[in-house]
Design a protein around this ligand. Structure first.
Ligand code: NAD
Length: 294
């Protein structure tokens, strides 16, 4: 494997300019981390509100770094200058690598990836930050599937070291090498994994969420479960983690896992995640989920 990795490394293109599609929890986090580590990035969303949220989050994180003495106040502008918000694909011809981070919906991602492919150079690498959707499925309608792979960050992006780089059947070594190199330039620890719904981490995490919703259905108090899991040693319990992830993302990703592994991950009836979602309790993104946030 090490030999293979050395061979891939030689194929890497330098990422001088990146782009992220979607300025939400994950897109905003990717833009912040790329900018912080010195790779300029275009941050595209479909509306100004999305962009404003992404920029607000970046400013909040930078202010925290300054307060903690990790950064000088005059460096804030340099980092923010590395993020170029946009509502269109105008400058995408100069982009070396794109991270797609729009909603967890295969149809939306498919459309966004195809229109992006029309707006970039032939050698630009396209990646998706999907939590669960198969990379081969997303590659199916692309003209250059060899330039496409998964680049799966974890939430919150600035704190979580791991990035899964997912190799699809048609992904080239150049795409993997470039994505691995960009992840390293962002200060992350990339691992290359094969394609399947949920990849590696979410094949572990979603059965855990499944265990949690079953416990709640059996009558457990979610706050109690969270406290127990914290005592067990996890930084937070499953209910709080779902609030951080976002109930919409959790629900849609859970559906992809159930479709991919029906015998192992399908849930009968309504789960606690469905109840939260149906009651518009999306978690920290709209200040109410299992818990309330002001
Ligand atoms: P989010 O709802 O916070 O953000 C999605 C953003 O995409 C919104 O700002 C929306 O306006 C924008 N968007 C929608 N359609 C668009 C389009 N056509 N072009 C550009 N922008 C568009 O969602 P999120 O939690 O950041 O999740 C984004 C992706 O990252 C999903 O695929 C999700 O599964 C994945 N992911 C999420 C987490 C998590 O913990 N939330 C972790 C890892 C991966």
């Amino acid at each position: 494997l090490k030999k293979k990795a050395k061979a891939w490394e030689k194929e890497a293109n330098e990422v001088k300019l990146a782009a992220v599609l979607g300025a939400g929890i994950m897109g905003g986090g990717v833009a912040f981390q790329s900018a912080l580590k010195g790779t300029p990035i275009l941050m595209k969303d479909i509306n100004q509100d999305g962009i404003a949220l992404g920029l607000k989050e970046a400013k909040k994180l930078l202010t925290k770094r300054i307060d903690k003495g990790k950064m000088k106040p005059d460096q804030m502008a340099d980092v923010l200058n590395n993020i170029t918000p946009t509502l269109n694909y105008g400058d995408f011809k100069n982009v070396d690598l794109v991270v797609e981070a729009v909603v967890e919906n295969a149809k939306v991602k498919d459309a966004v990836l195809r229109e992006t492919e029309e707006s970039v150079r032939e050698d630009t690498i396209l990646t998706s930050n999907t939590s669960t959707i198969s990379i081969n499925k997303l590659a199916a309608n692309l003209k250059r599937p060899e330039n496409f792979c998964g680049m799966h960050f974890f939430n919150p992006v600035h704190m979580m070291p791991l990035v899964e780089v997912i190799r699809g059947e048609k992904t080239s070594d150049r795409a993997i090498a470039t994505t691995v190199a960009y992840a390293k330039a962002m200060g992350k620890t990339p691992i290359v994994v094969n394609d399947c719904p949920g990849f590696l981490v979410n094949r572990v995490l979603f059965p855990y969420f499944g265990g949690f919703v079953n416990l709640v259905r059996d009558g457990a108090d979610f706050q109690h479960v969270d406290k127990v899991m914290e005592k067990f040693g996890w930084p937070m319990g499953p209910a709080y983690l779902l609030d951080v992830v976002g109930m919409d993302t959790g629900k849609h990703a859970g559906e992809v896992m159930a479709e991919g592994f029906p015998d192992r991950m399908k849930h009968e009836g309504t789960t606690a995640i469905d109840v939260m979602f149906d009651n518009n309790r999306y978690g920290q993104k709209n200040d109410k989920g299992f818990y309330k946030y002001e």
